[in-house]
Design a protein around this ligand. Sequence first.
Ligand SMILES: Cc1ncc(COP(=O)(O)O)c(C=O)c1O
Length: 384
Amino acid sequence: MTGSEPAVRPARPFFSSGPCAKRPGWTPEALSGALLGRSHRSKPGKAKLKQAIDRTRDLLGIPSDYRIGIVPASDTGAVEMAMWSMLGAKPVDAFAWESFGEDWVTDVVKQLKLKDARVLKAGYGEIPDLRAADPRHDIVFLWNGTTSGVRVPDGDWIAKDREGLTICDATSAAFAMDLPWDKLDVTTFSWQKALGGEAAHGMLVLSPRAVARLESYTPPWPLPKIFRLTKGGKIVDGIFEGETINTPSMLALEDYLDALTWAEGVGGLKALIARADANLGVVSRWVRECGWADFLAKEQGTRSNTSVCLKIIDPWFAGQNADAQANLAKIVASLLEKEGVAFDAGSYRSAPPGLRIWCGATVERSDLEALMPWLDWAWDKAKS
Ligand SMILES: Cc1ncc(COP(=O)(O)O)c(C=O)c1O
């Protein structure tokens, strides 16, 4: 590899895994129709919130008998509200293979202190044996491990006739991967991920079985207002019609609506998945040739097409101690940032040292193609 700078730079060097790149062509003008200074409970306010719910349903193909709510505190709020409201009724199988899965295991084991919990874990780059899930249990898992780039390959391991609920954190999967709605009882995601929206709000998607759990089970612990989905033993329908629990950001809402418009315009979910797959293809081709990096995800079928995580496999790197390895990976990411060719491309703080490059649909393939030679350039420079 030569040490000289590649000729082309990515036009949009935004490869962060959250908040993710805005959609191509985005400018603040996209927010000009926001209902600012008005109540979210006004007629037009509620209509916009309802529109976000309806258009999410259409875009993602969410069944008409599933409820979709806009909830506070982004994906974390949505996952925790579900766990605090529904867990404890049955034994729980909690899967973890990277940092966010570990967070939900902590909630299950240390915060909710559920006695009847099994924790099924794998290390970075791997995935636990999903078929170990007991269909009589509730199952907590992520569709895509954002910090390791390891995704669930499919939903075949989830029993159709399960007795427990599946609670799936799909924040870095929604809008980039096919989600089998018949296998998912609770699905969550945030606005700040695959469509490049703004943070603050989460989406909570509930199957009829999840609603039945909410209406038949009262957890033994107190629930703060921000988590309460039922009143008098009945689901609060309004939450799923755009009557949010507390005040949402109408600016973030407008931005989400703009992202939906873009997603619909490029051809809907199929096209979004195709864009992410093509982006992953660019990185895959480069990985095959580069000689110093490889996917952190060991099995090809588990490789994420959004949060693409790379490890360094240069033999010289393998001979360095852990601190030196971490430092080298940081140098690579900071060189890319300083050059203005890739922002936020370092691996997650608790993941093995390497790179993480967001490949979701809002990233243009041409920008990834332009970035690849810069990875070689940065590695050469860091090494020397
Ligand atoms: C899989 C997963 N779960 C949860 C979160 C937390 O999301 P938020 O910060 O939007 O609550 C993230 C954020 O990156 C994530 O990737």
